[in-house]
Ligand binder design. Structure first.
Ligand SMILES: [Fe+2]
Length: 303
């Protein structure tokens, strides 16, 4: 069996289930995002059960993107999730160098199958549950040229906005940090732990504090809006992470774009970072906005 390191895992996208993607992408577009790819119609990802409707969006950061996926979903397991959870953050996707070997490695390490391994025209892939039930999608590109396009790592707008990753709310943060380290080869960049609250900043092996600042945060539910969602949905993908050169300006731009306020810019007592929370207006999905942040240990290593 191949090891996690041999499988060369790296973070790729967050998928959002939403029934009106054409309308609902506009708050993102007005908030300095761009469309990196638009896949729809009968030419892409056609299966016996239908075809895709994917809109990929990026903002200022390299590599990490969001994907808005709309019904009718292609597979029964997707339709079941839509029935149970509705609009929401559905899965995180990792790229690997060998999807078939990845399936064996994940199933041997506590993951459970959601969608069996399948060969599509442009990639091989599958979906599993992590040990707390969040979906993990794995993709291996198999076409010479097909890729979801990337932006360069260049902050967007006068506020210098970048989308850098996502945060997940865990039932047991320590167990999940250990699992993602061992099984998907993530590493801990910084750990904030105080008064029972945990906020662990991780990334993949391609992390670069300047050129590819993709972050993956595991945390407990701290705020009321996080606790009520955890009560309703259990462990889940909680927020998209954004960083800005000017948080106040990014906050004002977000409100103008149609995002809704959850917590105004304030210094987070756990992380020490200037932080704000918003929700996008259509699915009430949470956005975490912080000041520019690149973990210090990594900056020292890169210097
Ligand atoms: Fe996906």
């Amino acid at each position: 069996m191949k090891s996690a390191t041999e499988l060369d895992y790296h973070l790729h996208h967050l998928c959002i289930y939403d029934d009106q993607p054409r309308e609902n992408m506009f708050p993102y577009l007005r908030w300095h995002h761009g469309i990196t790819n638009f896949f729809s119609g009968n030419v892409f990802h056609v299966t016996g059960e239908g075809h895709s409707d994917y809109t990929f969006l990026g903002c200022g950061g390299r590599a990490y993107q969001i994907q808005i996926e709309a019904p009718p979903f292609q597979f029964e397991y997707e339709r079941n999730w839509w029935r149970d959870h509705g609009k929401g953050y559905n899965h995180i996707c990792w790229i690997t160098s060998d999807a078939r070997a990845s399936m064996a490695q994940l199933l041997a390490n506590g993951a459970t199958e959601v969608m069996p391994f399948e060969e599509f025209p442009t990639y091989d892939g599958f979906v599993v549950h992590d040990p707390e039930g969040r979906w993990v999608e794995i993709m291996e590109y198999t076409d010479d040229t097909f890729r979801v396009q990337e932006f360069t790592h260049a902050p967007s707008g006068e506020c210098g906005l970048e989308m850098v990753g996502n945060a997940e709310i865990c039932n047991d943060v320590d167990l999940m940090v250990d699992w993602y380290e061992r099984v998907l080869d993530l590493r801990v960049l910084e750990r904030f732990d105080s008064d029972g609250d945990k906020f662990v900043v991780m990334s993949d092996r391609k992390y670069d504090p300047v050129g590819r600042r993709t972050l993956f945060v595991l945390q407990n539910a701290r705020h009321d809006f996080e606790k009520s969602k955890a009560d309703a949905h259990g462990a889940h993908i909680a927020s998209i992470l954004y960083q800005a050169k000017d948080v106040q300006r990014a906050w004002e731009d977000a409100l103008w774009a149609g995002m809704k306020p959850l917590m105004e810019p304030h210094v987070d007592t756990l992380t020490g970072l200037l932080t704000a929370y918003l929700s996008e207006p259509c699915g009430n999905n949470v956005i975490m906005l912080t000041e520019h942040y690149a973990p210090g240990a990594e900056l020292a290593n890169a210097a």
